[in-house]
Design a protein around this ligand. Structure first.
Ligand code: PLP
Length: 397
């Protein structure tokens, strides 16, 4: 794994060149200064008191973090924010009460009435609803790009474009657009780029290194890792964007609860070992599916057969465990039969926790008259052999 040379959000203890596993375990924590506990204190407090009136008058927003009110900042949440900034090779991070809270805040910080946004065609469903059915009420126009070619993203830019919203791999077919040329051109043209990095987690991909301006996460997924928290984060390097995201976040109020922040700090400690296990199991399952006669197509960017596998290898240092496939018998009945036969995969949305999950449905592929019936697997932390056996038996005709 690479190292975080830029480690350290504002006011953090300097831990130069901390490796990823060390950031997850120790970075930004000061157990001795905080009473010696190996686990940091949970500052479950809405407000913070000042020693005197003068400190209240002058202390706010100056020098080291001076906590005032938890919608603005909280010491437990700040530990998490420093770790996420370091993991994403950013200089600051801000956490939110959900991934959508993070996304609506980041997007809102970039747009105004009359502005235009370019959005990756297969983005996360609620992000699409935000752009098409919510922001259009405020006079924002959106163009969706159904392509992986950078030229097609750049062609969609207009004089009033303010935002390029990216996700890679994309939702559904797990396509991999090439980010570097898009980010570079956007920077030259004053278009802010946002990248949803939930799929890879900061363990396998650091989009800020490709020139992306803001990374957003559903921390509900791999960062939390135990299916017990809903949370989000925005990470960046630019100080102007930090101020805009902070101001927008304070107004919209999608604040992360300090206890949830503590659960996420706890989740991060095992992120590297979990991601290695997820990667191993998911690749084993994807290879089984790829060679199975009942399977028409497997959408996993780690397979050599994936159309953008070469780009995936450049952008990602590894692969997470959410992917999809399609049966040769492209029907609702066949798709649901396989889903219903699986025993270790719960039928349900979300992913990133310890437990394997499956969802299935129709997606419109190349032919809008003929939906592709897609099965999306989320591969959890069960034994790889048990998962392989379960998938094999579910595919028996
Ligand atoms: C789940 C998810 C989100 C939304 O996150 P919440 O924590 O559910 O609000 C955003 N993007 C992607 C890719 C997701 O999977």
């Amino acid at each position: 794994m690479s190292s975080a040379s830029s480690g350290g959000a504002e006011g953090s203890r300097q831990t130069p060149l901390a490796g990823v596993e060390t950031i997850c375990t120790h970075f930004a924590e000061e157990p001795i200064a905080q009473g010696g506990g190996a686990s940091p204190p949970i500052h479950q407090s809405s407000t913070f008191m000042f020693p005197n009136a003068e400190a209240f008058e002058t202390g706010r927003g100056m020098g080291p973090p001076q906590y005032e009110y938890t919608r603005v900042a909280n010491p437990t949440t700040h530990i998490l924010e420093q770790k996420l900034a370091a993991l994403e090779h950013g200089t600051w991070a801000r956490c939110f009460g959900s991934g959508m809270g993070a996304i609506v805040t980041a997007v809102g910080a970039c747009l105004h009435a009359g502005a235009h946004a370019v959005v990756v065609g297969q983005c996360y469903g609620p992000t699409r609803t935000l752009m098409s059915h919510y922001l259009n009420r405020f006079g924002v126009e959106t163009t969706y790009v159904h392509s992986v070619r950078s030229e097609d993203f750049l062609k969609a830019i207009r004089p009033n474009t303010r935002l390029m919203y990216l996700e890679s791999p994309t939702t559904g077919y797990m396509e991999i657009p090439e980010i570097d040329p898009i980010a570079r051109a956007c920077r030259q043209r004053g278009v802010t780029t946002i990248f949803d990095n939930s799929w890879a987690s900061p363990y396998f991909q650091q989009p800020l290194d490709f020139g992306v301006d803001l990374v957003v996460h559903s921390a509900t997924k791999y960062i939390g890792g135990h299916s017990d928290v809903v949370a989000g984060a925005v990470i960046g390097r630019d100080d102007g964007l930090r101020r805009r995201v902070a101001a927008e976040g304070e107004l919209l109020g999608a604040t992360l609860d300090p206890f949830a922040a503590w659960l996420l700090i706890r989740g991060l400690r095992t992120l590297p070992v979990r991601m290695e296990q997820h990667q191993r199991s998911a690749l084993a399952l994807a290879r089984l599916l790829e060679s199975h006669p009942r399977v028409a197509r497997v959408n996993h960017p780690g397979l050599e057969s994936h159309p953008q596998h070469a780009v995936a290898r450049r952008q990602l240092s590894g692969y997470s465990s959410l992917f999809s496939f399609q049966l040769t018998e492209n029907s609702r009945e066949a798709t649901y039969r396989v889903m219903n036969r699986l025993r270790l995969f719960g039928i349900g949305v979300s992913w990133g926790g310890y437990e394997s999950l499956v969802v299935g449905g129709s997606l419109f592929g190349h032919d809008p008259q003929r939906p592709d019936w897609i099965i999306r697997l989320y591969v959890g932390l069960e034994s790889t052999d048990d998962l392989l056996a379960d998938l094999s038996q579910a595919l028996e005709a």
